[in-house]
Design a protein around this ligand. Structure first.
Ligand SMILES: [Zn+2]
Length: 630
């Protein structure tokens, strides 16, 4: 990304609006937005394209079911996407819809060119077809015997229909050559290996039209056909910046090739194989980079009501606001793997990283300055050794941060920023400005000024992820991020004057509930109750679980049932001394499950006290270990 050119063109996939936006689409979109804002911070000219893919049989069917014309249907439903992106401060330059007149005409122009030069030809497409759904079963599911229709379950039949084909096979060698010469084409690089293996196994020509579908772009010169899926959808990346419009030729030449296509791993094949082949045929440069992210896993845990809402971006927004969710997605999700997500985890991350590490630091700075009637913080003439060390730490951090951002490993880049925020907290704590305030005014101002300088630098780096909160943070410091220059930020000596304004905490602290899914408040039978084997056990050992801020590993003596290992999420509520040697009540017949890689063979029962802290459930007097609760 440390490139010579001063423009940055980034895209998301265009989303299929037969359903509402999903947290997976939000993740792709936030990644693209962060990349766009990061380049904005460099002073680059940025174009950010997103939109909706509005053709196809599923849309036509959904429209019919809703009693609307397909066009009216997509007009309504594409608004859901715009609304969601607006709520999350997604700063796109253009929202493309494949039903836009310009897109339709440009795709027809493209098809005409490729037909003319022999890259597209007419033949027959064969496959298993559901008459009721008027749709072919996808090629993935091709088999010898007629498969059931994945949509309606009816028996399918073998059908051959006339279709136009793109000569994908002709590009096999050129694609392999391209991957070889551009090993950085895909981030993370291991995803490119899967693509290469697929291409090496042999490419078949690609069917790009249907006569069995009516809701699509009419094929030029053949009114029985409409353009099918990828030949329509992928071209949005060029039509969105003016391809096919003579008036916009200059604009197109400026933005193309695309600098970054963001997508989930399920559609890499289309973007790394079909798309480059289409562009080669068109005589256009290939995109510079594909950023391919893993999946957000929500399904592994039991769906409770609150967890079910995780998949709806607007529900998440209602509960946590835009910035904390943007932050969670960027900081918690690893680009290169599938990552589980839960409400508990979102709360924990917001509490620790935002409310505690960053928010409290700002609060302490503002409160202390206020207490000693210091609203203006001029930079001192000379800095002490501790402050110079802090500044060197900052420079080292920004250097590493830029490298990670350049490779689009955003989660690692921001992990580095938070490591530095811990360093600022440690500095602030060690300097004890609350003790210095009364006896050395100059030193007091120096400590606060150094803290404000580092907070300001962090705010600039975090701004792409949390634009609103970081703007507010800067307002509290009396500075602005407008026109900020990243290089100057690290190389220039600290000489800013900060004017502080006390404000309420920047981030909310969330109450944590237990990890168990909520139980519906309704009656159970006595028989149901007796299924739960509740036992008293003595907690003999309590130890930490590496990497977990919430969990203890307990070794519990259940007498006749033996010793058991049980994980319990009470670490933030109870100390080792609170637990060790105590008798407590456990569910003894809960199916064993792995938590943070450790098998838990039961569950400790707890209740919340009036200070939102958890207390263990115990017995009034000593009983034999393993005693049953009745
Ligand atoms: Zn069907």
């Amino acid at each position: 990304m440390e490139s010579d050119h001063q423009k940055f063109y980034v895209t998301t996939p265009i989303y299929y609006p037969n359903a509402k936006p999903h947290v997976g689409s939000l993740y792709s979109t936030v990644l693209a937005d962060v990349a766009a804002r990061w380049h904005q911070l460099h002073g680059d000219r940025v174009f950010f394209l997103t939109g909706t893919d509005e053709h196809g049989q599923k849309i036509a069917q959904a429209a019919k079911a809703a009693g609307k014309s397909p066009q009216d249907f997509v007009n309504d439903i594409s608004k859901n996407f715009k609304e969601a992106w607006k709520a999350f401060n997604i700063n796109y330059s253009h929202f493309i819809r494949t039903t836009d007149k310009h897109h339709t005409e440009a795709v027809q122009h493209w098809l005409t060119q490729l037909i003319g030069q022999g890259d597209i030809y007419k033949s027959f497409y064969s496959g298993w077809y559901c008459v009721s759904c008027e749709a072919f079963v996808s090629e993935k599911e091709v088999s010898e015997k007629a498969p059931a229709c994945p949509t309606c379950g009816r028996t399918t039949e073998w059908v051959s229909e006339e279709s136009y084909f793109f000569k994908l096979s002709a590009y096999q060698d050129k694609l392999l050559e391209f991957y070889k010469n551009n090993p950085d084409f895909v981030t993370p690089p291991e995803r490119l290996h899967e693509v290469i293996a697929f291409v090496e196994s042999g490419l078949k020509d690609l069917s790009i039209s249907r006569t069995t579908i009516s809701w699509g772009i009419p094929f030029p010169g053949d009114e029985h056909h409409v353009t099918y899926v990828w030949a329509d959808a992928l071209n949005n990346y060029i039509t969105g910046v003016g391809y096919g419009d003579k008036q916009r030729q200059k604009e197109f030449n400026f933005w193309w090739p695309c600098d970054l296509h963001v997508m989930g791993k399920d559609i890499i094949r289309f973007h790394a194989i079909y798309w480059p082949a289409f562009l080669m045929a068109t005589g256009l440069e290939l995109p510079r980079k594909l950023l391919v992210h893993g999946w957000i896993k929500v399904g592994e845990q039991k769906m409770s009501k609150s967890l079910g809402n995780v998949v709806d971006p607007l529900e998440l927004h209602k509960e946590f606001g835009a910035d904390p969710i943007r932050f969670y997605l960027i900081r918690h999700m690893a680009i290169n793997q599938d990552t589980p997500m839960s409400i508990e985890d979102i709360k924990t991350r917001i509490n620790s990283d935002l409310a505690h590490d960053l928010g409290n630091l700002l609060n302490r700075l503002l409160a202390l300055a206020h207490k000693y009637s210091t609203s203006s913080l001029p930079a001192p003439h000379t800095w002490g050794p501790e402050e110079r060390a802090l500044q060197e730490e900052l420079i080292a951090m920004v250097t590493e941060f830029k490298l990670e951002m350049g490779d689009y490993y955003f989660h690692r880049a921001y992990a580095r920023v938070w490591k530095f925020i811990h360093t600022i907290n440690a500095y602030f704590h060690a300097q004890e400005p609350w003790k210095v305030a009364g006896r050395d005014r100059e030193k007091f101002v120096t400590i606060l000024s150094a803290t404000a300088h580092t907070l300001y630098a962090c705010a600039a780096l975090i701004w792409p992820v949390m634009p609103q909160s970081m703007t507010e943070l800067c307002t509290a410091l009396g500075v602005s991020l407008e026109g900020i220059h990243l290089e100057k930020l690290i190389t220039e000596p600290w000489k800013k004057t900060f004017t502080l304004t006390v404000r309420e905490p920047l981030f909310k602290q969330y109450e944590l509930t237990t990890e168990e899914p909520r139980v519906e408040n309704s009656y159970i039978s006595f028989e149901d109750f007796t299924k739960v084997d509740l036992r008293v056990g003595t907690i003999e050992e309590v130890s930490d679980i590496p990497g977990s801020e919430k969990l203890y590993k307990l070794m519990v003596n259940f007498g006749e049932l033996g010793m058991r290992q049980i994980c319990s999420g009470v670490k933030q509520h109870l100390t080792v001394e609170d637990l060790r040697g105590k008798q407590a009540v456990f569910v003894a017949n809960l199916a064993p499950r792995k938590i943070m890689g450790i098998e838990s063979q039961g569950m400790l029962l707890v209740a919340e006290n009036d200070k939102n802290k958890l207390e263990i459930v115990t017995v009034a007097g000593p009983v034999v270990n393993g005693a049953r609760i009745r």
